[in-house]
Design a protein around this ligand. Structure first.
Ligand SMILES: [Zn+2]
Length: 54
């Protein structure tokens, strides 16, 4: 799975990932050219981080 998150909601995103996948995720910064097309899963503002398992 993959969760996009802003600065504010990264803790919730990490918790949600661990709850669902039962392992610790990779935390990556969203590349500059993808920032405009990705939004936070919690608040719909532009996302900064990708929480994913690869
Ligand atoms: Zn957010």
């Amino acid at each position: 799975m993959k969760i996009y998150s802003c600065e504010t909601h990264i803790d919730q995103a990490l918790e949600e990932f661990i709850e669902k996948e039962e392992k610790f995720p990779m935390l990556k910064l969203i590349p500059q050219d993808e920032k405009l097309s990705t939004i936070c899963a919690q608040c719909k503002t532009p996302a900064i981080y990708i929480v994913a398992n690869e």
